[in-house]
Design a protein around this ligand. Structure first.
Ligand SMILES: C[S@@+](CC[C@H](N)C(=O)[O-])C[C@H]1O[C@@H](n2cnc3c(N)ncnc32)[C@H](O)[C@@H]1O
Length: 442
């Protein structure tokens, strides 16, 4: 059974190598073969782990082989080395044997000796061979190979963090993501939800001082199989993302516009905080993602959310309509690299070239949706200053009728002197985020 799990992991990795998103490719495989329990866990771990550690694994492969083998063999080697290096529960002989069998199974038996040789040499090493392979590289590339990140991300972090912090950030992003839930107070109490999970064999702990936040101790199941999902008792949302809606602080009866709303994590939180009273206008340009928002809204039983398919960068539809507006902008996602195993490999500079003008245009347009003296919250799950601090400075320079309103003094996330909040994962043990409140003066 374990061998077939590895074969499915290999098939998924091949699809990702051809350009598929890792989560989409994995989801399709898990669905098609109806995998459950330990097989599901193993395939997920092998796929995400191998993609995440790709640069480290390739550095090892290059160190052991004179030239890189063809891609399918390289993928088998990555999988084998991943098991040897990162998975304590798989004995070395099993990792080597199953990799040799795997390369035979895909019709490349001519490479069985190479796979056997590389994995055996690695498993016999008494010290980590990686350090010798990277010793001659500059510091940025050494860190990139050791923690498996592209040089451009490491270089960007080193501009703002001391070496020790940068290392801690890399290590934090290489941990499997934790699962935070947000309970729906309109449907259930925290005590009841914790009791329901306990009955089903799961530990659920509150996350003080976050009012609706709960952390799940472990999860081998898909979300839908956990207690109370279909009944709308909770949503999945990281604690950092939950703080964004608290910074917005929507009140019952208000008009609140979520300009980039899908799939609705924050929209539904906003409606819950408003006790489902008032008007929550959820806009997004992606009909597919908005369908997910509609499903979440209906599952959670929220009536105050209306959905609009539109380009929020262009639309003037809601001039001075919102008491509060949230712009949870499309961004590089460099604060959530642990959640999307392949995200770190998307070229940052090229992505910023597309995102920065879009974010600026979105800010310019949706700021007009705020009533005089109303509030706008700008948020990203990025750690890149160009998408965050610089974007806000540029907005304020061109919009003198706006100013930053720092969070209230009792707000648990500490703000910079400028009034914005940057959440560094390695310091605060939550997703990386940027959030800021802007007040319209007139
Ligand atoms: C960071 S995600 C939003 C996540 C969402 N707020 C949540 O908490 O679930 C950014 C969203 O912006 C949307 N988007 C990108 N460009 C847009 C535009 N010009 N107009 C409206 N939505 C846009 C994307 O489709 C995506 O759903």
């Amino acid at each position: 059974m374990e061998l077939s799990a590895r074969r499915l992991a290999l098939d998924t990795l091949e699809r990702v190598a051809k350009g598929a998103y890792a989560d989409v490719a994995l989801h399709q495989v898990l669905q098609r073969y109806a995998l459950h329990g330990s097989d599901r866990t193993l395939v997920t771990e092998l796929v995400y782990g191998t993609i995440r550690q790709q640069r480290t694994l390739d550095t090892l492969i290059q160190g052991f082989c004179r030239q890189l083998p063809p891609l399918p063999v390289q993928l088998v080697l990555r999988l084998g080395l991943y098991q040897l290096r990162y998975l304590d529960r798989i004995p070395a002989h099993a990792a080597v044997h199953s990799s040799v069998e795997l390369v035979k199974q895909i019709g490349l038996e001519g490479f069985a000796k190479l796979v056997n040789g590389v994995l055996r040499r690695y498993s016999r090493c008494t010290t980590d061979p990686l350090e010798a392979f990277i010793a001659h590289l500059p510091l940025v590339s050494q860190l990139g190979c050791r923690y498996s990140f592209p040089d451009e991300l490491i270089a960007s972090w080193l501009e703002r963090l001391p070496l020790q912090e940068c290392t801690a950030l890399c290590q934090w992003f290489n941990q499997p993501p934790r699962l935070d839930l947000r309970l729906n107070p309109l449907r259930i109490t925290a005590d009841q939800l914790i009791a329901d999970f306990e009955t089903a064999g799961y530990g659920l702990q509150p996350i003080p001082p976050l009012p609706q936040g709960l952390v799940l101790s472990h999860c081998g199941q898909s979300m839908q199989e956990l207690p109370g999902y279909a009944a709308g008792h909770w949503s999945v949302q990281d604690r950092a993302a939950q703080w964004v809606s608290h910074l917005l602080d929507p009140q019952p009866g208000e008009v609140v516009i979520d300009a980039c709303a899908a799939p609705g994590g924050k929209t539904t939180h906003i409606a819950e905080l408003m006790e489902d009273q008032g008007r929550v206008i959820a806009c997004d340009r992606s009909p597919h993602r908005l369908r997910k928002l509609a499903q979440n809204r209906d599952r959670l039983g929220l009536k105050s959310i209306e959905i609009h398919i539109l380009d929020s960068a262009a639309a003037g539809d809601f001039a001075a309509v919102g008491d509060r507006v949230l712009l949870d902008a499309p961004c590089s996602g460099t604060g959530t690299l642990h959640r999307h195993a392949d995200a770190r490999w998307r070229p940052l500079k090229r992505r910023l070239g597309e995102l920065l003008p879009l974010q600026a245009q979105l800010l310019a347009t949706v700021s007009q949706w705020v009533k005089p003296y109303g509030l706008l919250v700008y948020a990203t799950c990025s750690l890149e200053p160009a998408e965050n601090e610089a974007q806000i400075q540029q907005f304020l320079a061109h919009h003198p009728q706006w100013h930053i309103e720092p969070p209230p003094p009792n707000f648990p996330l500490k703000a910079a002197p400028e009034g914005w909040i940057t959440v560094w994962p390695q310091q605060q043990d939550m997703d990386g985020f940027f959030m800021v409140r802007l007040r319209r003066d007139s």
